[in-house]
Each structure stands twice: as C-alpha cells, then as structure tokens.
Design a protein around this ligand. Structure first.
Ligand code: ATP
Ligand code: MG
Length: 664
C-alpha cells in the first residue's frame, strides 16, 4: 500500500549478518541457522511437509505426557483449526520442572527491580517451589481446570509465578497490564468471568508508587462475582486497605502450602490464556491462546530468531501485560530453559542509560524492545548508550510498530555497535509468536523491512478490493496468511463470531492481519501500517509508515504520526504530527523544512498539507501511536473518539484538540 511511484526499494541499504555471528569466537557455537540456504531448506520443509516439520519440532522442544498422533486439522475457511489435538502436556512442567530436575541452580529470572542496584535472581529450583506453593493456594480457593484467573501485577518475577501456577492446574490466566485504570480492569475481569484476582499492594515505576491494590478495589466494586484477591507484598506500604476474608496475603497463603504440586495434564487445545489486545484500533478483544501450539510457537521462534544458546541471558523489556511479555519474557525463555530478565523500571530512570546499564550489569546477550523506546532514547542522544559496555550483545530486536529506517540504523550503530544482528520482528497478539522476521545468522537485513516469513508461515499479499492474491515480487496490498500455524489464536473469548468476522471472513481461506504490506523486488516484506491508516490522496494510496519514516529522516524529528484529513479537492490529504528532539525548537522555518523533507524523499504527492508540531503523540499503554485518535481530531470529530481505555495519557487530548484548531 504505497504510492504507485514509490515502491520501497530493493536497493535500500543491506546489512549481512555480522561477522561475529557468522564466525563465532572460540568456544561459541555457530548460529542455529547460518545461511539463507539453511533457512530455505527448513522453510520449504515446513511448508511442503508440515507434518514432518511440526512433529519433529514439537517433540524436540516440548515434553508430552501423552504423545499426539495427528498434527493439524481444520481450516482457516471454517475457523476450526486445531494442533496436536490428541496430545497432552503441562505448560508449567515444560517451563519449570524439566530444568529444575536437571539443573536446579540454573537462573530462570534475573529481576532488575525499579531501584538500580537491587537486582536478584530466581533459580529454576526456586521457581519450581514458588510455582507449586502458589498452585496449591489457588487449588485451596476451589479453582479447577478451565477456570479463569485475572493477574494485575507489576513487572516482578511473582507475576510470572502467578501465570505458571495457573498453567500448572490447567487454569486460564488473563494478565491485565497494571497501568490500566480500574474501569478497564473491571471490564476485562467481567468479560473473562474471573472469580480470583492476583495482584500486589503497590507497584513502583521510576521510584513513583502505583496504588495497584487500590485500583483493584475500585474495579471490583462492579465485579461482585470475584471471591478472592491474592495480594503480593511488593512495597509493604501501610496505606493498603485489606478486606478479609476476600483479600488474602500471598506470603501468608503460600507459607501454609506444600512446595510441591503435581502438574495437571491438559489437552494441547485447552486454553492457556486469554489476553486483551492493546487496542490501537478499537474495543479490546479477549484473544484466546491454547496450550501446545502456543508454547511450541514461543519456544521455536525464540530459539531461531534470537539464536538462543546455553548460557545466554535474554532480555525482553515488554511488560507481561502484553503478548510480547507472555511469549518472550515468560513462556519462550522458560520453555528453552534459558535465563530471562524481568525489568520492573522505566528506560529513563534514573536516566536514559538504564537499559544499557542493564545490559552491562547482567551481560545480556539478546535484547528486545519496541520502536517507541528506541525513538525515545535516541531523542536523548548517544552518550547515554556509548558510555556503557554493550559487548555482550549479539542480537537486538524490535517489535510493536514499523521501525523507521533511521531509528533502525541508530539502533544498529549505536546500541549494536555494528556488531549485532538486528531483528525487526512482525507479529501480533493473535499470531502468538513471530510470523515475519529475519534470522540473525542468515538474513541480509534491510532497515525497515521485517524481511521473510518464519517457518510454517505461508504469506500472501492480497488486492484489498478484489481479494485476489498478488503473485510475484514488487506488489503491494493487504497482508494475509494462507494456512494455520500452531501458535495462532483460536477464538475471541465468548465471541467466536467476532473472531471469524475480524480475521477469517474478510478474505475467505486466509487469515487477515489487518496490516498493509508490500513485497519488494527481492521478495522482502515491508509492513506499511494498519489497513485503516492508509491514506488516499487523489487516488494514490500511501502508507503512514512511509511518510513517517521520511519525517524521522530529518535530524530534528523524534517521532511522527501521519493521518488522513478529509479534503474537498483530493478526497484526503496528509496531516503530519511531529515531536522534536530535545535540543530543537519549534518554528515555521523548521516546519517548512520538514514538509520539504517529505517532498524530496517521497515526492510531491506525499506533501503534508498540514504539519503540526506537538509535545506528545497519543499512545496506547504499550507505547504505540494511536492514529485513530488523531484522525478523528483532524476531522473535527473529537467528540466521537470511541473506546479510550488503552490511551496512556488522556490529558493530552485537550492539548491536541487545541493545537489542531489553531493550526487549521
Ligand atoms: P488492537 O488489535 O487492539 O488494535 P494492536 O494491533 O496494537 O491492538 P498488538 O497485537 O499488540 O495489538 O500489535 C500487533 C500490530 O502491531 C500489528 O498488527 C502491526 O500493526 C504492529 N506491528 C507489530 N510488530 C511490527 C513490526 N515489526 N513492524 C510493523 N508493524 C508491527
Ligand atoms: Mg491488532
């Protein structure tokens, strides 16, 4: 979905896998996949002999209580997909016991607490006891296989313990990001019909206390069906209200329980969790993930995409309230018996070098974050990065939004020191694990492209209006997937019809991702942003990602968001919102320069008709730009913004409306 004359170029700068990965130092293993030929061979097998490929990987990476005899069934057309459906396993056994039995002193979690210098470790042996004790507590509450538990906790290892304790009993968890308001929490607790909520007294972010338990109390006023609230003592604040017998202290409850609990085997297709999507596009949906296929997807992608080997320390900065935290802080790393960093703080506390100090202190080997963090830290300048020793890093990843080539290059040069592979991973809550991604030892990267499909993912680019599949290279349209894969979501909780309507009916026979994409002359995939965000100027379709990247290419720009404004003459026109790097000052000359930047980089058709310099862009609580809000504001429909529960800072709305009305 790019303007006709502006295909993302096959000629863009290309970055082969770094020497250091391809020719590892003494004692270091070579990457799991070290050439495109190896990638292609395995990819072809996954597509042409899927039963063989998935049987092997599912048996290599997971331990089954009852082996599966059939691999896959159902179809995207009918929406009845199932994987390994007669197999049984337990997710917490796979993530914890296997390693606790073999090597109890191996570190499962490195916990970097909010206050610097307070890191601690949880070994697999300790994790097993914690998970078991808590599972016994949940059992004592009367919870049984299939019941749903809400988890509303700060980024502490106990949040993962809570998830794993649920999994041990075959309970379904729904983690709600602890930055959500009481109203959003109540909505999710009610939608998921939870009878138990697991929480903490308070959270801490950048030394600021967050009154977690008080938010739960407020939420539960409208959820009378909740019988128990289990409270972990994080800060020990005395201001926390405690309503016994509903409320139970975690430390008291676990002290009464035996630290062993036998894992309950579940069917591969039994649900493991439901998770509400981040809500960039509208009312959040409770996406349901099942057990066997999901865990396989998380483990397999992590192993290959981040090239995980024994002894690695993997750090994903996402909160466990998002799918990225589920798959790549908890389930993926633990399923591989790896060490995962749990980061409680914020990237700018006490200053903008926090992430990089973290890498230095814990000798992190793979680091995974979001473009929003990369752009924010780039805004603070390079010194915060370069003063830290980042030599342990081998692979650095990005997820959540398209990463603009300039931000990619900064990440590669300044953070990666040109010595790391950069993996721009495209996936969604609904896909469970990566679907388009480079592989560090094999793929020649192009900044801004998520490159090629992961194993088992058969992609298509469809004509948005006819739904016809666009064959060959050099094509743009909507992104779709042609067959099911193990970690895909199976339904939306309580609303299978919405699941079909959103993902499977728009283009029958395909999974519709909702994103625009192109395949360039070399077969690389470029995500062009959400289909709803595409702009149509005089019949030229343009992607927001492309115009935003052009703006970010200007040295003064920190971030930008581009939306369509209604236009009498051209149907739609381009309206660009821009935030500046700290050292730049807003003025008309700079605005004119920015408009010119877009004209020269893309062409006159992409010239923003309106360019507004703002202090902040509206973002979801996971840090993604919500263009839907900007679109409404420029259309003069600020009174019809829809569901705003995921908007991180509602106070910026008034400012935006004011800024837009003075600019128009
Ligand atoms: P909602 O579905 O509720 O509107 P959301 O789509 O933001 O929210 P997520 O599942 O967290 O919820 O995000 C998936 C989306 O994020 C993708 O559909 C895509 O638009 C974007 N995305 C994720 N990773 C990438 C990437 N590497 N490149 C480009 N876009 C990405
Ligand atoms: Mg989405």
């Amino acid at each position: 979905m790019t303007s006709d004359n502006q295909e993302p170029t096959a000629q863009s700068a290309a970055y082969p896998p770094p020497e250091r990965l391809v020719k590892p130092e003494e004692g270091r293993e070579k990457p799991w996949i070290s050439s495109m030929a190896e990638y292609s061979a395995l990819y072809n097998e996954s597509i042409q002999q899927p039963d063989k490929f998935w049987t092997r990987t599912a048996n290599e990476l997971l331990t089954w209580d009852k082996p599966f005899t059939h691999v896959t069934q159902g179809s995207l057309k009918e929406g009845n997909m199932a994987w390994f459906s007669d197999g049984q396993l337990n997710i917490s056994y796979n993530c914890v016991d296997r390693w606790a039995i073999k090597d109890p002193n191996r570190v499962a979690f490195v916990y970097e607490a909010d206050e610097p210098g307070q890191a601690s470790k949880v070994t697999y042996g300790e994790l097993l006891s914690k998970v078991c004790s808590l599972a016994n507590v949940l059992h004592s509450f009367g919870l049984r296989k299939g019941d749903t538990v809400a988890i509303y906790m700060p980024m502490i290892p106990e949040a993962a313990v809570a998830m794993l304790a649920c999994a041990r009993l075959g309970l379904v968890h729904t983690v709600v990001f602890a930055g959500f308001s009481s109203a959003s929490l109540a909505e999710r607790v009610a939608d998921a019909r939870c009878r138990v909520v697991i929480t903490a007294d308070e959270g801490l972010r950048g030394s600021r206390p967050i009154r977690t338990k008080a938010i739960v109390d407020e939420a539960l006023k409208s959820c009378p069906e909740v019988e128990r609230v289990l409270v972990f003592r994080r800060t020990g604040s005395e201001q926390v209200e405690f309503n016994a017998p509903r409320d139970v202290w975690w430390h008291e409850a676990v002290a009464a329980q035996r630290p062993y609990c036998s894992p309950v085997p579940v069917n591969a297709e039994d649900p493991l969790f439901l998770l509400y999507t981040s809500g960039s596009t509208g009312k959040p949906k409770g996406v349901v993930h099942t057990s066997g296929g999901y865990l396989l997807g998380a483990a397999l992608t992590l192993k290959y995409v981040f090239d995980i080997h024994d002894g690695d320390v993997f750090c994903c900065t996402a909160d466990i309230g998002w799918i990225t935290g589920h798959s790549y802080v908890v389930y993926g790393p633990l399923a591989l018996g790896s060490t995962s960093v749990v980061f409680e703080s914020v990237p700018t506390y006490p200053d903008a070098s926090r992430y990089w100090k973290l890498v230095e202190d814990h000798k992190i080997t793979q680091f995974y974050t979001a473009p929003t963090a990369i752009r924010a830290l780039r805004r603070h300048g390079d010194d915060f990065v370069t003063k830290c020793d980042l030599s342990s890093l081998r692979v650095i990843g990005s997820v959540g939004e398209p990463i603009n080539p300039d931000a990619w290059t900064w990440y590669n040069e300044i953070v990666g020191g040109n010595r790391c592979a950069v993996v721009d991973t495209y996936w969604q809550t609904e896909t469970g694990s990566h679907v388009i991604t480079p592989l560090p030892g094999a793929t020649v990267a192009k900044p801004g492209s998520a490159t090629f499909p992961f194993f088992g993912i058969e992609l298509a680019i469809l004509d948005p209006t006819t739904g016809a599949e666009l064959e060959g290279n050099d094509v743009s349209g909507v992104l779709a997937i042609k067959r099911s894969w193990p970690s895909m979501a199976r339904t939306i909780a309580g609303d299978h019809k919405r699941f079909l309507e959103t993902y499977l009916s728009p283009y029958p026979g395909y999974y519709f991702a909702g994103d625009g994409a192109s395949r360039d002359a070399d077969g690389y995939y470029w995500i062009r942003g959400r289909v709803d965000d595409v702009i149509n100027v005089s019949g030229h379709r343009m992607s927001t990602a492309e115009v935003e990247s052009a703006l970010i290419g200007h040295n003064a720009v920190a971030e930008s968001a581009v939306v369509a404004a209604p236009d009498e003459l051209t149907g739609q026109s381009i309206c660009a919102f821009v935030t500046l790097k700290n050292e730049f000052e807003a003025n008309d000359k700079l605005k004119a320069e920015l408009v010119k930047e877009v004209r020269t980089r893309i062409g006159p058709i992409a010239t923003p008709k309106l360019l507004i310099l703002v202090d902040e862009l509206p973002k979801t609580r996971s840090g993604k730009i919500i263009r839907r809000i900007l679109r409404k504001v420029v259309a003069g429909e600020a009174d019809q913004l829809g569901d705003l529960s995921t908007l991180s800072d509602p106070s910026i709305l008034d400012v935006l409306v004011r800024e837009v009305s003075t600019a128009i």
